[in-house]
Design a protein around this ligand. Sequence first.
Ligand code: PLP
Length: 476
Amino acid sequence: MSPRTKNVACQPNRSSSSRNSGVDASSGPSSKVRATLSDGPIPASRGMDLRLKAPQRVIEGVAFRNPPRRIPPVTSTAALGRRETELRERTEGNVPILNLGPTNPIPVYGALLEEDDFAAVDAALRRGWLGLGADVAAFESTVAAAVGATDRYPVAVNTGGAALHVAMMVAGCGPGDEVIVPTLCHLSNVQALLATGAVPVFCDVDETMCIDPDRIAELIGPRTRAIVALDYGCNTCDHDAISALAAQHDLRVIHDAAHSFGSSSRGRGIGTFTDICMFSFDPVKCLTAIDAGVLMLRSAEEARFVKEIRILGSDQPDTVMYKNARTWDYDAVRVGYRYHLSNIHAALGTSQVAKLGRIRSNRQRSCESYSERLKANDLVRLPAAGFDDVCPFLYAVRVPAEKRDALRTYLSDAGIDTGLHWRPAHHHTFFKEFRCGPLPVSEAAARELVSLPLHSAAMSDATIDRICDRITSFLR
Ligand SMILES: Cc1ncc(COP(=O)(O)O)c(C=O)c1O
């Protein structure tokens, strides 16, 4: 066993699954709500008009009803906070965030929402079964078909974070166990494993920003239960090396594919070949269901286990629920959570998956344009791999650490929003005492990384030029 730079007592009692389990049960609407919906539109006097009116404008894929209110470009050295306030005001005024004129703000994320997405949500609302039902079944099979998974069992839950928590439970994580996780990760990776009573061991990444298999090998010990393999940005992990390590030490692999839905690795679709794989369809992902997570499982037993956990540990059969119906004679058979997905989210998710090909090529093209324009700049390190095999979630570059924050402010002053993925987990107050391996790559990268705007709608050459010109004028 190789050296451990930090060996601190675990804090297993900070969070435990049993303490989180007192959530109220509900799936599907009450009969009263159903009756109202099937009777036709709710009158405006009741304060809510469920008929989604046809949007009048579509701006680079995002439709809004009201014409945009002109907000002058920020020319002072405004702080990032001011930009965020301005973006919030735009949203509250029902004004497009994604209004990419020559001087308008460019958000870091952008969904592709079109008429068919609005129509799908409208139709699901009008069907009136709002909880877990037929749309969820359709979403699960659509996701599996989109990634080419013929021998996997897809199960949808209400967020990617919930999917990770349940994945840790499938892996059998609990008090006394360690889970090896890249420190360059999403908060939900750590919270999910802590919720089972396990503790993290933070591992370094390699130059792809994905977990480094050589570093994993050094951290495996008698308490190790699982490894989190997180595909970062536009890169996928070395899944073969990670699976081999897991097989050698009898560990489970939780594949966090929140960033890599629609990608492939060595010719295999993500979601088709790893141990326990999860996707996220949150508001900023390449495809959004507003919020949803999908687990890709290897066996019917695991799928049943997850289906019980997602509905408060009860044995309500999905054969009934997937017909927009419920039973009243269910039994609580294990610890569970209110993690089930609603039909409304699922309907949007299904509509989004239908445009995966277009979203993937839009995002690939934007990444290629960035790389083409920035490759001559020695101060900008481009993402490690090409984009042909992936549906890229982030275009994250590395710039000199001492210039990174000033660059972000300079871009923000020109209306260009950027992201930070991420502050390493071991820097967070609540996580800093857990065991770590050596983390030199993560430490350096965390000071250098900056995520540039990347949208699911096509980004125009003018928009990419505007961003790259501004970067180049700062970093010369
Ligand atoms: C890598 C990664 N894993 C998990 C999650 C959690 O997914 P969700 O937001 O759907 O809960 C995210 C969300 O951004 C993520 O980026």
